[in-house]
Ligand binder design. Structure first.
Ligand SMILES: Nc1ncnc2c1ncn2[C@@H]1O[C@H](COP(=O)(O)OP(=O)(O)OP(=O)(O)O)[C@@H](O)[C@H]1O
Ligand SMILES: [Mg+2]
Length: 378
């Protein structure tokens, strides 16, 4: 039985399917099959193995986050999806077509169904918002009247209908990215690639742009591939996540699974950035390394599903005979599920001291919660 189901009584927990291996995923929008990418040596500079053994599929209609440190290979991965780079080995299949095998006109036609947005927007400063959005339509040979109507529609879609005649220098960062998004969507792509598209924006604008991307995914059904080095971006928007490190996929799956059970140290360090603040300062400042007779041991664990916290405290009390208290809790909605962390206080004096900590950790581990003993409070 699923441990979370057994604990979250009365709370149905959705089963999460991890991103499937490429071969077993029938409805993939993007499929990487045995991909490697080596940039050749030149002018005395050594070659770079940017990607190795990449095998995964991005489900049609999903929002998939690709997260990794600088140099992990994220941009190389997106450039393979839109055919700007060719893989050294393997195939990249986009919407049923092997994009890595296309060239010339065929490639340019295929690229119309793959939109892309960038960290620094890449707008033409000499063109108005409307004319920037019109550019891919002009290249695709649309008629003037059709372009005009489509651009008006796109400006409204991204919420800047009033910026039609503004030049990039007259727009805020968020407005510029809205132009970038409208331009990327102009030719009605089935995939939208976002390479650090919110990295140059403040947190509030980032949130607004991520909300816009969520709407586009929901309303237009566009598959979104979100490249980022920030777990908070993945948390807000993505359902699936792929963690890249040094050119390898080190972990992939449903965001809610990865957030509750990160396996790889890289994933854990990304998560620490977003969940590190789950310990209130007032509590963190009281935690010490040595137990005291009437004090409590402090244990933090990751949970999933609404109501898990209360049920867990009740079960610890009932099954282990421990008078556990909830010192802090933080629950977020991640990947459409409630995910968070709980901080439990295990009383040492009346419940058997260190033995209580060991029994609690064993109980949590047995039920597949990742838990850590942070120390003690008096
Ligand atoms: N055109 C290129 N020629 C040679 N090496 C390259 C090229 N593009 C990328 N690389 C190298 O490949 C590796 C992966 O780079 P990539 O740009 O894909 O990483 P990234 O994850 O997007 O990093 P960042 O977060 O800094 O954007 C790095 O070691 C990089 O130096
Ligand atoms: Mg990059």
């Amino acid at each position: 039985m699923n441990a979370h189901q057994s604990l979250a009584i009365g709370q149905p927990i959705e089963r999460c399917e991890a991103i499937s291996p490429a071969a077993a995923e029938p409805d993939a929008m993007v499929r990487f099959a045995s991909i490697s990418k080596t940039y050749p040596a030149y002018r005395g500079k050594p070659g770079v193995n940017a990607l190795q053994n990449i095998d995964f599929a991005i489900p049609r209609g999903s929002i998939t986050g690709v997260i990794g440190r600088s140099g992990a290979g994220k941009s190389s991965l997106v450039r393979l999806i839109n055919g700007l780079e060719k893989p050294t080995t393997g195939r990249v299949v986009v919407d049923g077509r092997d994009i890595s095998a296309l060239a010339g006109r065929e490639l340019r036609l295929a690229q119309r169904s793959i939109g892309m947005i960038f960290q620094h927007f890449n707008l033409l400063s000499s063109r108005t918002a409307a004319d920037n959005i019109a550019l891919p339509l002009e290249i695709a040979g649309w008629a003037k009247a059709d372009i005009k109507a489509r651009v008006t529609e796109l400006l409204a879609l991204v919420g800047i209908a009033d910026k039609h005649d503004r030049y990039p220098s007259e727009l805020s960062g968020g407005q510029k990215q809205r132009v970038g998004i409208a331009r990327a969507l102009a030719t009605r792509p089935s995939v939208l690639l976002s390479d650090e598209a919110t990295s140059a924006l403040d947190p509030q604008t980032t949130r607004a742009i991520l909300d816009l991307l969520a709407n586009i995914n929901r309303e237009l059904g566009v598959t979104i591939v979100l490249i980022t080095h920030e777990m908070s971006v993945v948390r807000q928007l993505a359902r699936d996540v792929v963690v890249l490190d040094a050119g390898h996929v080190v972990e992939s799956g449903h965001v809610a699974d990865i957030f509750t059970h990160p396996k790889h140290p890289i994933t854990q360090s990304f998560l620490a950035e977003v969940t590190g603040d789950s310990l209130p300062v007032s509590l963190a400042s009281r935690i010490v390394a040595e137990p005291s007779a009437a004090g409590q041991a402090v244990i933090r664990l990751q949970v999933r599903g609404a109501g898990v916290g209360d049920t867990l405290v009740a079960r610890l009390a009932r099954e282990l005979g421990l008078d556990v208290s909830l010192l802090a809790a933080r629950i977020d909605e991640i990947g459409g599920q409630h995910v968070g962390s709980l901080v439990l206080g295990i009383p040492l004096g009346i419940s058997g001291g260190e033995d209580a900590v060991a029994r609690t950790l064993a109980f949590l581990s047995q039920h597949q919660f990742s838990a850590e003993h942070l120390g003690y409070v008096a």
